[in-house]
Design a protein around this ligand. Structure first.
Ligand SMILES: Nc1ncnc2c1ncn2[C@@H]1O[C@H](COP(=O)(O)OP(=O)(O)OP(=O)(O)O)[C@@H](O)[C@H]1O
Ligand SMILES: [Mg+2]
Length: 343
């Protein structure tokens, strides 16, 4: 039976991110791209909304409903809710094709524990997968960024997500060095909030801070200084008010978390075997994840490390794409592997 149907089977790639969950189906593209947020009823824990609908409730929920980000900070803080979220997204995709049980590859942060990994696997089986493989998100990101990971050459991938940043050196399909830090775009937002509060006595929400980052944030100095008006609550009077912020200030606010990421990149380069480091200098660092979209971050990384740095084509989609292509790539890589071994 399995053999008979495997010809029609679908491969599904899932990026279980702390900020966003993406699902990619080969031949169809990205079919789900929603915030990793679940709204539940307080007490009963009944799920009220998932994804986009739930995100609208985040920070604005009435007392009896709470909106949570179950994967926040790169680890599964809330296993039960995470399971519900995974099942919701997957069943949304599989609704009309329940007769074909898909193979599923799920990209998760490398710092995830064994218990969490098994929980993710279990949820995917419960949601209807025929075969499940959980892989490191850096590996998935590298495949999704079209890096030829199975060749005998060093590649560095820097994935800056919402809650985590992962820096890995990959060669021959495996991770040679990998360092993950619990720091990503969320900390950028927090740093902006903190700065605005300290310097201007203005309390702003996470959403406003994220807006500032995306619209006028710039990691390396630029001739053009951009400005944006924000609204918040005065920390002293408690009254709402407006304030104009410019890109220089946002850069100052972001300095600490950005420096931490760059230090981690340098540390990883230091741990890389010289031959592979030579490959990386030649090929450059590839950046993925939403955090890598911060303007000027590629330029800053290149300046600070002396190694060219490039943003992948669709930084936000790389992990889901790579996960979806994983089985295919792995199958094709065996021939290469054989050839290399014979040399
Ligand atoms: N244009 C942009 N400029 C700066 N940051 C951005 C931009 N677009 C998205 N981001 C940030 O990217 C982050 C989300 O990235 P991504 O979806 O890759 O994270 P994730 O995969 O859910 O998280 P993780 O990999 O840590 O589990 C958020 O912090 C978001 O604010
Ligand atoms: Mg990610």
């Amino acid at each position: 039976m399995g053999k008979l149907f495997s010809g029609f089977s679908t491969d599904i790639g899932v990026d279980l991110g702390t900020c966003n969950t993406l699902i990619y189906i080969r031949g169809k593209g990205i079919v789900v791209s929603e915030p990793s947020v679940v709204a539940v009823e307080r007490g009963t824990k009944r799920v009220v909304a998932v994804g986009e609908d739930a995100k609208k409730m985040l920070w604005k929920t009435p007392g009896d409903i709470i909106a949570i980000r179950p994967l926040r900070d790169g680890v599964i803080a809330d296993l039960e809710t995470t399971e519900k979220m995974i099942r919701y997204f997957i069943s949304k995709v599989l609704q009309r094709r329940l007769f074909v049980r898909p193979r599923m590859v799920i990209g998760v942060p490398s710092c995830i524990t064994e218990v969490e990994r098994r929980a993710v696997e279990e949820s995917a089986y419960k949601a209807g997968a025929r075969e499940v493989k959980v892989i490191e998100e850096s590996l998935a990101a590298a495949i999704g960024a079209n890096i030829p990971i199975y060749e005998p050459a060093g590649h560095m991938i820097v994935d800056i997500g919402g809650g985590t940043s992962e820096i890995s050196v990959i060669s021959l399909g495996g991770m040679v060095v990998t360092n993950a830090i619990r720091l990503g775009g969320d900390e950028f937002d927090e740093a902006i909030m903190k700065h605005v509060r300290t310097v201007h006595n203005l309390i702003i929400g996470e959403g406003t801070a994220e807006d500032l980052k995306k619209k006028i944030g710039n990691a390396s100095p630029d001739k053009k200084i951009e400005k944006m008006e924000i609204k918040g609550t005065d920390a002293i009077t408690g009254l709402p008010r407006r304030l104009e912020i410019d890109s220089v200030e946002v850069r100052e606010a972001l300095q600490e978390p950005i420096t931490a990421i760059i230090e981690e990149i340098k540390r990883t380069l230091g741990q890389t075997p010289p031959e592979l480091a030579a490959d990386i200098v030649e090929r450059g660092i590839v950046m993925t994840g939403g955090g890598s979209l911060l303007k000027g971050l590629d330029v800053l990384i290149a300046n600070e490390t002396g190694v060219p740095a490039f943003k992948a084509e669709n930084p936000l989609n790389c992990v889901a794409l790579g996960a979806g292509m994983y089985f295919e790539r792995e199958k094709n890589s065996h021939h290469h592997g054989y050839n290399y071994n014979r040399q």
